[in-house]
Design a binder for this molecule. Sequence first.
Ligand SMILES: [Zn+2]
Length: 454
Amino acid sequence: MSNQLTRIEKKKLREKDKGIIDFVKMQNHFFPNLIKELGKVKDPRKENYTEYTSEELLYPVILKNSCTIESMRQMTEWFDDANCASNLGKLIGRKIENIPHYDTINNFLERLETKEINKVRIEMLKKLIRSKTFYQARMAENQWMVILDGTGLYHFREKHCENCLVKEVTDKEGNKKKVYYHSVLEAKIVMADNIIISLGTEFIENESENVSKQDCEIKASKRLLKRIKKEFPRLKICILGDSLYAIESIIDICKEYDWNYLLRCKEGRQKNLILDYRYVIENGEYGEKKKMLRAEKGTAKYVNHVEEITGKTFTANIFEYEYEQINKRTNKKNTVKFQWITDIELTNRNIEEMVKCGRKRWKIENEGFNTQKNILYKIEHLNSKNPNAMKNHYLLTQITDIIMQLYLAGTKVLKELKQAIKNTSSRLLETFRQAIVTDEDVSYIKKYTTVHFT
Ligand SMILES: [Zn+2]
């Protein structure tokens, strides 16, 4: 039987794709109070100067992001349509005359404190974490996997603000010049194989221009972990990250917060522990499991409590995994090898699961930021030069991304269509601009449904 849809089947499915209506339905399913929360942010404006409410200013940005509209100017152009204003009114539950101009929105975002947008996201995450729908994504002891990963966001040739990071680069002619930039560190929580969303954001930036040592991922991760503990005090977490984070200060934080850790450990990181681990392996005193992960048929080896040999105060269980990969073009074999360090006791029963969890981090590196940068939201595009608005835009993108991932993974017709994400977001824009949202649609949005993510 062919898996391909015929052209007629595809056409029928496309007609069933309600676009923005389904998007808002998903939003409403998990976050029925989102619009209200957006309306509750602490308004930085003077009272007599408020033509729009805060949800009227913030929600269009979420729609702009989900429709993959690249710039704020384009947003105003695309949304400058009578249907859009009346549709937005239906979606947020209040009649509105027109959608605010992007200057008005950016002015608001310049003054709104970033913690206000962050509060909205915290509420969303708490809803998701409490929902049994995602329990199966947790690890054996009910820990949620939280992945640390940083990336560069904006680059400037001239100094952009007091907090810019700066580096010296050498161009093709050999001239040295300074580059100013902003980076971000994300803690992403795994809710399902295809739903990995931002639990917390920390901007990597200098406190002032004259700092002796610049801010960096490690420093930012300490701030971020501290904030996550405060915002989600009882959440059971296992921190995942690359070998950059396999250092004592990060492991100590995990221990202090009663979290687990599972970190890549490449050559050079935790040198003494790794040497002792090798020594134990050579003496044949290790656990081993073969023919793992189906087609890969890989082999894992592990040693628990290497710290007892090395003399460290934190638990260090070390494991490695390797498998043969055949390059389809050249038909040549090469060995792929990973190595991790963790405080979770390793056994023949959990080792396969641990290898799978350890490799989750690759997903965010290879797909997460790439999707956000190049496919969906173009997060490297600067929506405002103002440093505060810049951050608010980034945080609103992460809020959009939460709804978008749930929408992409949980909407039945999209699963059947199997179209490119780009077509899905074009459809969102098309339906928001051209369809007329009716009362019937609104009652459909509010109707309770169960959502399946498999
Ligand atoms: Zn700057």
